[in-house]
Write a protein that binds this ligand. Sequence first.
Ligand SMILES: [Zn+2]
Ligand SMILES: [Zn+2]
Length: 378
Amino acid sequence: MPVANDYYGILGVRRDAGPDEIKKAYRRLARELHPDVNPDPQLQERFKEVTQAYEVLSDPEKRQMYDLGADPYAQRAGAGGFGAAGFPFSDLMDAFFGAGAAPRGPRSRARRGRNATIRVDLDLSECAFGTTRELVVDTAVVCPTCSGEGSAPGTHPVTCDVCNGRGEISQVTRSFIGQMMTSRPCPACGGFGTVIRKPCPECDADGRVRTRRTIKVRIPAGVEDGTHIQLAGEGEVGPGGGPPGDLFLEIVQRPHPIFERQGDDLHCTVTIPMVAAALGATLQVETLDGPAELDIRPGTQSGHAIPMYGQGTERLNSSGRGDLIIHVTVETPSKLEPEQEELLRQLAKLRGEEAPPGKFAPGQQGFFSRLRDAFNGR
Ligand SMILES: [Zn+2]
Ligand SMILES: [Zn+2]
């Protein structure tokens, strides 16, 4: 007795199971184990076993031989027991295409769904600190009427008469090098091995229906313009009840009236009066966290950049925050009151700079406080 695989056990059917029962068992297992549905390598091994079992038990001739104690796969694996003459079909394939060219079997109707991308517009502070959004997505879900099978309620896809469920049609042709075997997908069933005689009225045999779905997504802190967030399995389901694709969110950051973002840092420009730059001042500035005080040191020049550490955006996928960089522009007054003009002339004189003569010549005492008062409107 040769070493044989327990094909009835693998498919989970009794030894007297009819062809329909075998088909049904195979379909149920294939749906669960097909590599398109479940890429786990261990399950793929089982899928091969199940497909082998089905190939043997679904073919009356092979099944009869198997029942008599012959197993084509046990023989091929070197376990012996079955004569090569029993399977001219497979042997011919092997002779021309190598041992790997065993019949490929029908292709599954179930295919993975497509990925989808949707655009999400966010304010700068939402990008900086993260947010939660409810998004409405147009997508495809498994058809509730046929559960993805594609056939009308109460019916199932039936084995294709043209290819006998193999999904392909093989032809032996003679050529100058001998006999050649060619295979092509079965035109009657499109290579599926089964035919849907009565399509599901809701999905028209596609196995899925379009719908609109609301999903709640958490957008992490630190995203920026152009960031893509992958939501695995949130795309549309595939045809024939195949697994869903992924949904990608593409972040679009709305421009901010004050801040310009560069990486995790923010930049803004503050214009201060000449006197504040010369004498120093404390300013109220806007930050992402609200108003804050900024010290301008005496003698600050136009174009000077003052960092406010840790006041930028949060860093994506890491801790800490960028900085806020304040760029100072010093505003030179374009119109001077007579007293202001006199004080500036006096200042120029004190610094030994060339200046036109003025009528007003105050003492050096209290000069800076009077300068400040003059520009503050007192
Ligand atoms: Zn349907
Ligand atoms: Zn066919």
